[in-house]
Design a protein around this ligand. Structure first.
Ligand code: KIV
Length: 258
């Protein structure tokens, strides 16, 4: 599947089911389950490396795990995160994006409203996914793991940033931990697919951290995640259940939303 086909799927009204993935074995299982795209997220700092946040993840880590995922998934688009500090300038971001693409990514994701970086990458032919709402690389500035855009000014800022990122050329936009009503508004005003995580049921697609949806992360399971392994006979069945639930609008529901 190409990124263009992914956008067409979303435009036709089909929900996109996306998961984070960091290695070849899970990538193969995800591909078999019909996952629409795999995100090599810098969440690997927490779920694989045991860190308390994503800030210590390096380009070397990202390239290694992107390479592993690309070896296990052959037809599923791969999105890789530009880790903390790797997108400080358009030139640095381009160099790092090239490294991720060389490691097997089809698209790179960056956090926040960095329109100058996005337009530079897009001008060089790199597909970019934006990420707004709670942006983990800014956990300290945001004062912890908090829902964003609850107040009118915060909501207006997210709507404005989303429109600006689309104009700068992002092909997809992750919305993390924002009220469901705000995610719906963003999804209505922009044409590119929105991918929610803790953003309610109205985004064009959903993404979860693999370890959260399997219930195997030792930390607290976020309210917006569901354990799909419980009630399934195998990991493969859990992944298939996730795809089915997203495609049939059975996940997320109000209980997973803010
Ligand atoms: O790093 C990651 O896994 C992410 C998701 C939470 C969207 O950015």
């Amino acid at each position: 599947m190409t990124l263009e086909e992914l956008q067409k799927k979303a435009a036709s009204g089909e929900k996109l089911a996306i998961l984070t993935c960091y290695d070849a074995s899970f990538a193969t299982l995800c591909e078999r389950a019909g996952i629409d795209a795999l995100l090599v997220g810098d969440s690997l700092g927490m779920v694989l490396q045991g860190a308390k946040d994503t800030l210590g993840v390096t380009m070397q880590d990202m390239c290694y795990h992107t390479h592993c995922v690309a070896r296990g998934a052959h037809t599923t688009p791969i999105i890789a995160d530009l880790p903390y500090g790797s997108d400080r300038s358009p030139e640095e971001a381009l160099r790092h994006a090239h490294e991720l693409i060389a490691a097997g990514a089809d698209m790179v994701k960056l956090e926040g409203n960095k329109t100058d970086v996005v337009s530079h990458l897009v001008a060089y032919g790199i597909p970019v996914c934006g990420h707004l709402g709670f942006t983990p690389q800014s956990v300290h500035e945001l004062g912890g793991y908090k829902v964003q855009g609850r107040d009118p000014a915060g909501a207006r800022q997210i709507l404005k940033d989303a429109a600006e990122l689309q104009l700068a050329g992002v092909s997809m936009l992750v919305l993390e931990m924002v009220p469901a009503s705000l995610a719906r508004q963003v999804t209505e005003i922009i044409e590119i697919p929105t991918i929610g995580i803790g953003a309610g049921p109205d985004c064009d697609g959903q993404v979860l951290v693999l370890q959260d949806m399997l219930g195997i992360y030792p930390g607290k399971t976020p309210r917006f995640a569901r354990n799909f392994l419980s009630g399934s006979m195998s990991v493969q069945e859990a992944l298939t259940a996730y795809v089915h639930a997203v495609k049939h609008h059975l996940f997320p529901t109000g209980e997973h939303s803010f």
